[in-house]
Design a protein around this ligand. Structure first.
Ligand code: HEM
Length: 453
């Protein structure tokens, strides 16, 4: 039997919701258009969070603005709730069960509730929307987290070191064949994490250029107030990723391997994830696995190029790389911003906070808090307490992949410095046009090969 849906547009829409421009407009409006209006208005009135999120010059160099915010106190009002640049307050919020990542949709105005329902569609769902683990509270969060954290224990991560080393070496071998200036992000910093996470998740590494393209577009959905043009590009990327995942899950159901995703698709009935939860979990692991670590590597190379004596010292004493990676994470954090919503009345730095209040937590500012880090604007790979940074957050959402990211940072940077000790940044590095994530899109370097004995 064939069904002609062309004569019944409503039915056609139901069968092919992916093609409905109206839904895309509604999704963009509620997730980005509305916040953009608030932020824009705030920015015009001098609100610093509005400026941080809307003004591209501040986005490139946010640290002066963080200090302006710090001068206003540990918690101050902004255009979307409260904001904190304080390490102590950020730690308290992130570890408190009085704050959550979710928000009660039932409390939203009717129009917003309608818009969320109308725009809801699995294939357009990104990692900043439920049921992504990042944005759900217990008990669902506990359930998802338990299922994946076994693959990221310290022992499992350590067992991955040879894969990371082998992958870095192979990429560096390929770089040896290049001459002149190369883009280190394109050829190395982006490649290493995507190849490692693809290996860990058992997704085909041959698709890595697709993952990188989709990830770059979809990463923008972490930022509030995205323009319609960028939202449409992000949604296209999300659809492609979901389509890939759907086929991949079908393949693994027929022919499972030993990897984490095979385990997730084959869970017994009492533990099984719904299709939507499975998509959200694997998409988050895949995206978080490379969209952040690329920034750690790129930011690290730029910082060490600007502090050449520290690069040389690390080359002379490679045991210092562990501390150096912590300092890079602290000094120029790959994830700058997160947020929480108060679930009940709470007092924060002496201020009464009502339930439902959103608090923007500036991880990048907390990591420059002089109460914790003396002379915080000084980059020092020997800093004794660099590891106290909040670059991986804290509390129940503490980064699952922190151990893997540290391993990739240490192995990736050490291997690069050993192979190309005279490497120099040779042109203007270009920052990614993102607010939540901080890193470089292009990083021109001269490799300056030295003859190997
Ligand atoms: C330098 C690299 C990385 C940085 C800076 C980073 C940072 C973060 C931060 C700040 C959060 C928590 C956000 C919040 O509290 O709202 C987070 C969560 C998460 N990260 Fe990472 N990450 C990195 C690498 C990775 C890697 C390699 C993976 C690999 C799988 C990963 C997987 C995750 C997952 C699954 C979560 C959600 C955890 C939860 O909600 O319970 N991350 N990451």
């Amino acid at each position: 039997m064939t069904t002609d849906t062309s004569a019944t547009p409503r039915l056609a829409g139901a069968l092919r919701p992916a093609l409905s421009p109206a839904r895309t407009v509604v999704r963009w409006g509620v997730r980005h258009g509305l916040p953009a209006v608030f932020l824009e208005r705030g920015a015009r009135r001098g609100d610093l969070v509005g400026r941080l999120l809307r003004d591209s010059s501040v986005r490139d160099e946010p640290y002066a603005l963080y200090e302006e915010l710090r001068a206003r106190g540990p918690v101050s009002p902004g255009s979307i709730g409260l904001v904190t640049p304080s390490h102590a307050v950020a730690s308290e919020i992130l570890r408190s069960d009085r704050f959550g990542v979710g928000w009660d949709r039932a409390q939203a105005p009717r129009l917003i509730r309608w818009a969320l329902r109308f725009g809801d569609e699995l294939d357009a769902t990104g990692v900043a929307e439920p049921p992504s683990m990042l944005v759900v509270d217990p008990p669902d969060h506990t359930r998802f987290r338990r299922l994946v954290s076994r693959a990221f224990t310290p022992r499992a991560t350590a067992a991955f070191e040879p894969v990371v080393q082998r992958t870095a070496d192979a990429l560096l071998d390929a770089l040896e064949l290049r001459s002149g200036e190369v883009d280190l992000v394109e050829t190395y910093a982006a490649q290493l994490p995507v190849l490692v996470i693809a290996d860990l998740l058992g997704v085909p590494t041959e698709r890595r250029e697709d993952f990188l393209r989709w990830g770059a577009a979809a990463a923008a959905t972490l930022d509030p107030g995205l323009s319609f043009r960028r939202y449409v590009a992000a949604e296209r990327a999300l659809r492609a990723m979901h389509a890939f995942l759907r086929e991949h899950f079908a393949r693994l159901r027929r022919d499972p391997g030993e990897d984490l995703v095979s385990r997730l698709v084959g869970l017994p009935d009492d533990e099984a994830l719904t299709e939507r939860e499975l998509h959200a979990t694997v998409m988050l692991l895949l995206g978080a696995g490379f969209e952040t670590t690329v920034n750690l590597l790129g930011n690290g190379v730029v910082l060490l190029d600007a502090h050449r004596e520290q690069w040389d010292a690390l080359r002379a004493a490679p045991s210092g790389w562990d501390g150096a990676v912590e300092e890079i994470l602290r000094f120029d954090s790959p994830v700058q911003i997160t947020g929480r919503t108060a679930k009940e009345p709470v007092t924060l730095a002496g201020r009464e906070v009502r339930p439902g209040t959103r608090v923007t937590v500036l991880l990048g500012a907390a990591n420059r808090d002089p109460d914790v880090f003396p002379a915080p604007a000084r980059f020092d790979v020997g800093r004794a307490n660099a590891r106290e940074h909040l670059a991986f957050s804290a509390g129940i959402h503490y980064c699952v992949g922190a151990g893997l990211a540290r391993l990739e940072g240490v192995v990736g940077l050490r291997a690069l410095s050993e192979r190309f000790p005279a490497l120099r940044v040779s042109g203007r590095p270009v920052r990614r046009d993102l607010q939540t994530l901080r890193g470089f899109e292009h990083l021109p370097v001269a490799l300056h090969r030295v003859a190997r004995r």
